[in-house]
Design a protein around this ligand. Structure first.
Ligand code: AMP
Length: 431
């Protein structure tokens, strides 16, 4: 009996994992340019961390968390997102005492028990960044610039950053009430979910995907028209910096975020070719969260990108491969095989990427394999070679044996030089 993986939990096969590594490496490069450093966070947290931060009436906390009772009776949860953990760690380690501003990134798996479909999994990976310690609009703009540079570096097809302001504790309550009253007046036309959540989470009216709901809320009041002066000034300043840097962002006054802790600047990234799940990332400001979780009154802002969706949205021409071998050894016969193993080990220890076979395969099948793994050179290793101590190198692209044999006792570093020389000669020959 085969055992399959759990629904919504996927393997990343070698073909695809090269893209994952490429994404992670590019992201690290861009984070370094902005002085954003890595945090490695635990996958399990106390359940109350998420109910207190994300909000008890959100989809995530209401129905999507993997929550377990541990053997000691405490309730623990597989993290559904990274911001809450970052803030928990910031507070726990008093990071405000180490630097006035903490600029942090994380990457790793998140868990939400959603209905699996294309681009929606129960275990998915996020790359996220958070800046904690300042609330001025320059920081918001810098985070969006970072996000923009990152999307460009990752060559995401048709990536678009949408921007909105969600107001703050001064102006949002009145807006929320206006929206709730609007929803109440149109209650009969709302979907069951929105009608049910009208009291507790009316903001979600605006991003409901049900067509009838969308129609019913077409004329709903918008936060942007209800911002207090401070939020308006803040938002205008963010947009002014982005305009000056010529970063294309699109205002989306209907965008709300699925988590309660966001205030003021919020953004979402959408990409092409993803179907219904076209958001590759999102983020925003969360000025009250650090305090809410027992820390100082420190402001914060950040974003997270979903790696699976980035992989789907990456331009096809981005050629990403696992590194190819430098050389393939094709031994012929038992004696040659054992010698080949010895030589391969020596060369590998010297930094050469060596692929080889064993099990008495014919030369033809070994050449086919060498071709398949993309080895540029094959070293054929038979009785004659063993007897004379020299090796013949076949140049796979030129489809010919290299006329000058390479010595069997050649140390790895020299082999590499010899192969590089060979490649140069091939180039010159074909020029
Ligand atoms: P959120 O934390 O909900 O703002 O999500 C940020 C990003 O994470 C989304 O834009 C997606 O790219 C990704 N994401 C969220 N939920 C899932 C999921 N269930 N499966 C795959 N990716 C997801």
């Amino acid at each position: 009996m085969k055992i399959s993986s759990v629904k919504g939990f996927h393997d990343v096969l070698p073909d695809e994992s090269a893209r994952w590594s490429w994404i992670e490496q590019r992201a690290r490069e861009i984070f370094a340019r902005y002085g954003v450093v890595e945090m490695r966070l635990p996958i399990v947290e106390r359940t109350e961390l998420f109910s207190r931060s994300i909000g008890t009436t959100t989809d995530i906390v209401e129905k999507e968390m993997y929550t377990f009772t541990d053997r000691d009776g405490s309730s623990i949860t597989l993290r559904p997102e990274g911001t809450a953990s970052i803030v928990r760690a910031y507070v726990e380690h008093a990071l405000q005492t180490r630097a006035p501003v903490s600029k942090l990134f994380y990457l790793g798996p998140m868990f939400r028990r959603e209905r699996p479909q294309k681009g929606r999994l129960r275990q998915f990976s996020q790359i996220g960044a958070e800046v904690i310690g300042r609330d001025d609009p320059a920081i918001d703009a810098e985070v969006v610039l970072l996000l923009h540079d990152l999307l460009e570096a990752l060559e995401i097809r048709g990536a678009r950053i949408e921007l909105n302001s969600l107001g703050d504790a001064t102006c949002r309550p009145a807006y929320r009430e206006a929206l709730r009253a609007f929803g109440e007046a149109h209650r009969d036309a709302l979907c069951e979910n929105c009608a049910r959540r009208l009291e507790l989470n009316p903001l979600r009216l605006l991003d409901c995907k049900v067509p009838e709901c969308r129609q019913a809320t077409a004329g709903a009041p918008l936060m942007l028209d209800h911002l207090c002066d401070a939020c308006r000034v803040h938002f205008d300043a963010v947009r002014a910096v982005l305009a000056r840097e010529a970063v294309p962002v699109q205002l989306n006054p209907r965008m709300v975020r699925g988590l309660d802790y966001y205030v003021r600047t919020a953004f979402e990234v959408v990409a092409e070719g993803l179907g219904a799940q076209n958001a590759v990332g999102g983020g925003g400001r969360y000025d009250g969260l650090v305090k809410e979780l027992g820390g100082p009154d420190a402001a914060g802002i950040g974003f997270a990108l979903g790696v699976e969706r980035l992989v789907l949205a990456m331009d096809d021409h981005v050629a990403v491969q696992s590194p190819l071998p430098d050389v393939f050894i094709a031994p012929l016969g038992t004696a040659a095989e054992s010698e080949a193993l010895h030589v391969a080990h020596r060369w590998r220890r010297a930094g050469v990427r060596v692929e080889m076979t064993s099990g008495g395969k014919s030369l033809k099948s070994q050449m086919r394999l060498a071709d398949k793994v993309g080895a540029p050179y094959v070293i054929i290793f038979g009785d004659d070679e063993l007897a004379t101590g020299t090796l013949t190198v076949r140049d796979m692209a030129a489809k010919r044996d290299f006329p000058r044999a390479i010595g069997l006792a050649l140390p790895g570093a020299e082999l590499r030089d010899a192969l590089a020389q060979l490649a140069q000669q091939t180039l010159e020959r074909s020029a």
